[in-house]
Design a protein around this ligand. Structure first.
Ligand SMILES: *Cc1c(COP(=O)(O)O)cnc(C)c1O
Length: 356
């Protein structure tokens, strides 16, 4: 028995793996693999259409919001977003909450001016900024809704920031109910919570596009992708298919509100346990703790190796902290069953008894 706490690529529902394997061997009883069919065919086009429609339905999107599946990982969106939304002399507002927001900031600076409207750098990224200073002239405000490495999450979304709101939701997409229509652009690499690596979800309010003066390469222009219904060129067909299967699974679970309750239960079990065991310590400010990626350390760092060895022996996969921060990280994405969190917290209790 293994428990998969990998941060990304990460656990997906078992039925998705089974269906995806089947489609590689014999897609929809055609005698063909999904890997050997044209994308502009009556075989694949419905896959793209269903994937986009499921996102619209699960996120409750209005008609201004377009759904795209694009190449390149969230890292591509770090540059594609400012290229489409930020004029050369314009200003964009960014919140600085950890590794991922810093990477987004670095890319935005290539296209225009960037102000930092709120930062938790002084707190070593263990919190989310309490207050933001957003210039009214900013083209948009960018937030990273869940900092996958730092282990923080925005629980109060700054909807009323006065400028278009854009967000990197790579590691908490579809994990909780938000007012998605109040975001003007949302992007997420699929490999954390909604599919396989190789595809990005982009949800964009079409009314904010077409306002920059620079020439945008065709493949990087959101408007072209909207016009071509996310089939401007060959899409990453298999990754889109896996995303569609995962979205179907999510709908079958009851949708985002049902999965949110399950995620809340898992996070509560984890954090209640750690707060009651003095051997372990979660350095994140309580109100800002991530329900997707829980980070923690040991009060006595000398015990870390022993605990890690115990985790390995017990089949707890992917719990070592990111190489940049150390300690431990337990990722609890949508597909992770609560049984895995129970197994992990039992192991923590067992270890604490031994070293208490
Ligand atoms: C993983 C991650 C990324 C990077 O995604 P890639 O698909 O590897 O480019 C960006 N932002 C966040 C919040 C992430 O968790």
């Amino acid at each position: 028995m293994v428990h998969n706490f990998n941060a990304g690529p990460s656990i997906l529902p078992k039925e998705v793996f089974e269906q995806a394997s089947q489609a590689i061997l014999n897609f929809n009883d055609t005698g063909l693999s999904i890997l050997e069919i044209g994308h502009r065919t009556p075989l694949f086009e419905p896959v793209m259409q269903e994937a986009r429609a499921l996102v619209k339905e699960l996120m409750n999107l209005d008609t201004n919001h377009e759904v795209l599946f694009l190449h390149g990982g969230a890292t591509t969106q770090f540059m594609q977003l400012p290229m489409n939304l930020l004029n050369e002399n314009g200003l964009a507002s960014y919140t600085e909450t950890g590794t991922w927001s810093n990477k987004a900031i670095k890319e935005a600076k290539l296209f225009g001016h960037v102000e930092i409207s709120g930062s938790s750098k002084e707190e070593n990224f263990t919190s989310i900024p309490d207050e933001l200073q957003v210039s009214a002239t900013a083209a948009y405000l960018h937030i990273t809704t869940n900092e996958t490495i730092a282990g923080t999450q925005w629980h109060a979304i700054p909807y009323d920031c006065g400028v278009p709101l854009v967000a990197d939701m790579s590691s908490d997409i579809l994990s909780r109910v938000l007012d998605f229509n109040r975001f003007d652009l949302i992007y997420a690499g699929a490999q954390k919570n909604m599919g396989a690596a190789g595809v990005n979800l982009v949800v964009v309010n079409k009314n904010i596009l077409g306002k920059v003066s620079r020439n945008i390469p065709s493949i990087l222009d959101y408007q072209n992708h909207i016009k071509e219904e996310s089939m401007l060129n060959t899409p990453p067909v298999f990754a889109v298919y896996v995303a569609m299967l995962t979205l179907r699974w999510l709908k079958k679970q009851g949708g985002v509100s049902v999965i949110e309750q399950k995620n809340n239960e898992k996070a509560k079990l984890f954090y209640d346990t750690i707060d009651n065991l003095p051997v372990f310590k979660c350095p994140i400010r309580k109100i800002d703790r991530s329900k997707m990626n829980a980070v923690f350390v040991m009060e006595n760092p000398e015990l870390e190796k022993e605990f890690l060895n115990l985790c390995t022996a017990e089949g707890m996969i992917g719990v070592k902290g990111h190489r940049s921060v150390g300690g431990f990280r337990v990722s609890m994405y949508n597909a992770l069953p609560i049984e895995s969190v129970k197994a992990f917290t039992n192991l923590m209790k067992h270890f604490a008894t031994k070293h208490g």
